[in-house]
Design a protein around this ligand. Structure first.
Ligand SMILES: C[S@@+](CC[C@H](N)C(=O)[O-])C[C@H]1O[C@@H](n2cnc3c(N)ncnc32)[C@H](O)[C@@H]1O
Length: 220
């Protein structure tokens, strides 16, 4: 059974929030072309509202060191760096073709020197990282989120922010939309992640109705 990411299934429409119509950040021409090309090919990238939230939050926080799990073709990484000109970003992708395309996109955008793209499984990579991060964007295998949590807390600086994408998953997780049978296990794993981060005394967490749902946890 493949629960890596639900975006693969195009029969499930992206969840639209009432605020999505207003939350539409714009980027440079080159990044807009990369986004259009990814959307045309149905490559899973964070939606416009999520990118709006990320860029707004990171503009304020100005993290120096960012970790992203799930690069795809580099859209969210580029969006984050567009507002953090002096940050360094490490991003992890296990799909070779996506990693190759992301590298090309980073070159086009002249941001390669700020980025370390690690090809491999996020679960393995995070256990071997030794540096600490001010911001972590978790956007890969949703089913693994809860398994990654302990390692991610270790990698986060005090006051650092952990953002997990897609935690409302098409409305299934919050009960807006009935959960299809094939998604039940994934939804349970995401609910487990939400329970874990909202009850963790070392984290201050809010679940945001942004895009497909974002869990924002700040390490106290
Ligand atoms: C939703 S996409 C990431 C989108 C990207 N963050 C963006 O918004 O531009 C999820 C990506 O995670 C990758 N992925 C899934 N499971 C992974 C894992 N265990 N380790 C590393 N990458 C993984 C997939 O290949 C896919 O490219």
């Amino acid at each position: 059974m493949d629960f890596t990411y639900a975006h693969n299934n195009t029969s499930e429409p992206e969840r639209t929030t009432p605020t999505a119509q207003f939350n539409r950040v714009g980027f440079c021409v080159e990044l807009e072309e990369i986004i259009s090309s990814a959307n045309l090919r149905e490559i899973p990238v964070a939606d416009r509202e999520t990118l709006t939230f990320l860029t707004s939050l990171l503009s304020a926080l100005q993290p120096k060191n960012i970790l992203e799990l799930g690069t795809a073709v580099g859209v969210s990484a580029a969006a984050m760096l567009s507002v953090c000109k002096n940050a360094r970003l490490t991003t992890v992708e296990r799909d070779k073709n996506f990693a190759l395309e992301a590298r090309e996109n980073f070159k086009k955008l002249n941001i390669s020197p700020q980025i370390t793209l690690v090809e491999g499984d996020a679960g393995e990579v995070i256990n071997n990282l030794t540096e600490r991060f001010d911001c972590i964007f978790l956007d890969c295998a949703k089913v693994q989120y809860v398994k990654y949590l302990l390692a991610l807390k270790r990698l986060l600086n005090d006051g650092g922010v952990l953002l997990a994408d897609d935690v409302l998953l098409y409305g299934y997780v919050g009960g807006e939309v009935p959960v299809p049978k094939k998604r039940k296990m994934l939804v349970e794993h995401i609910r487990e992640y939400i329970r874990a981060v909202t009850s963790d005394e070392e984290l201050s967490t809010v679940i945001l109705n942004v895009g497909n749902g974002l869990a924002m946890s700040v390490k106290k």
